[in-house]
Write a protein that binds this ligand. Sequence first.
Ligand SMILES: *Cc1c(COP(=O)(O)O)cnc(C)c1O
Length: 468
Amino acid sequence: MKYISTRGDKTERGFSEILLEGLAPDGGLYLPTHYPPINNATLTRWRGLSYAELAFEILALYIDDIPRADLKALANKTYTEAVFGTPQITPLKGLGEGVWLQALSNGPTLAFKDMAMQLLGNLFEYELARRGQTLNILGATSGDTGSAAEYAMRGKHGVNVFMLSPKGRMSPFQQAQMFSLQDANIHNIAVEGVFDDCQDIVKAVSNDLEFKRRYRIGTVNSINWARLLAQVVYYFAGYFAATKTNGETVSFAVPSGNFGNICAGHVARMMGLPIKRLVLATNENNVLDEFFRTGTYRVRSSAETHETSSPSMDISKASNFERFVFDLLGRDAARTAQLFKHDVEKQGAFTVTPDEFARIASFGFVSGSSSHADRVATIRETDQRFATVIDTHTADGLKVGREHLDPGVPMIVLETALPAKFAATIVEALGREPGRPAAMVGIEALPKRFIVMPADVQKVKAFITEHA
Ligand SMILES: *Cc1c(COP(=O)(O)O)cnc(C)c1O
């Protein structure tokens, strides 16, 4: 299997070459040259597999430059009950009327990003050892991504993590999750500024190509193809858990921000997984809902980006969206580049043609959005009717998923975080604190390991130089 860019760079690269990369050199995103089709016999065989075995089978279709035995060992090491809490890894829970909740948030940081990031940690360690190289991961976070990256990379050979976060602006729980890590290769940098300052520093460091090469700076953001690939697995696992035969179809409702999670569902569907609908749910930041309803993709300014109670979906543009548009346009790289490189960068928006818009239905996508009041009502109702407390992002997914039910087609809502992470809204909805997994009780009181720094690129560079 080889990988190409959505913007026309035709150089075909192997998986190991793109594993440690971000964007393709032409600014596009990497995609496989084709989606390997899954036939009925394969689906039947996969139905009986454990999660780790299923992960291996899917990864092996896209990764042919890591020996199969090694890949199998990496999948087995990643998807364990010890890390994800149950033998099924992503079990389903019924919420009546054919609606299911698929648990993706029982990993170390209580959000679905662990599903991919835990594999990425093991893949990075493996590949760096194979090359005899090291990597310094530099990132900016306002919560979920940073902690998932740190828990995936902690203690890994050959990898350091330098994670910038806005000082005092994460929730006490999120701060405790990250800052309580005592591993020598994890460096928490609390920047005196806001999230955008952190992100600007990361950009400035990454744009210094000499520094970047010299200190082997890398990233683990959501455009990484390996992260997306790892997420494909749970769509298959969810399908098998909700159906008995391959003649059945299911729909998935996906709380969306950067379009990474649901893009994995798109890949699963392109492989032939019987998915009827991919229901994209946004919060008040409805960039993507607007596109799927109108055909216009208009990125928002930071002034137009709302701070909501499902903060991990507060995006102004969706960094993985170009992958879907490339497929929607019949993989026309010139047109994709025109829309993203020219129209988005120059005018902040594009509109697809009526013909292109009409094609969206054949990809299964529908969408909707949700407000704070919707989240509160959905959390309350789900608690009352099913004695189940869901988090705010999952509530966005459930609310919109219910608007797209088809008789006889299970609707699987992806649970993207546990309620413990977003306690304030749970208290507002239910009048009580959400429960916490035993390992997380009292983490706010643990000793913290972090350093405070002004929003100053030179100071961050100096720190990296000293600790790389
Ligand atoms: C990251 C995140 C999302 C959004 O996922 P995308 O892949 O960016 O669409 C939704 N919910 C939670 C809890 C998240 O952490």
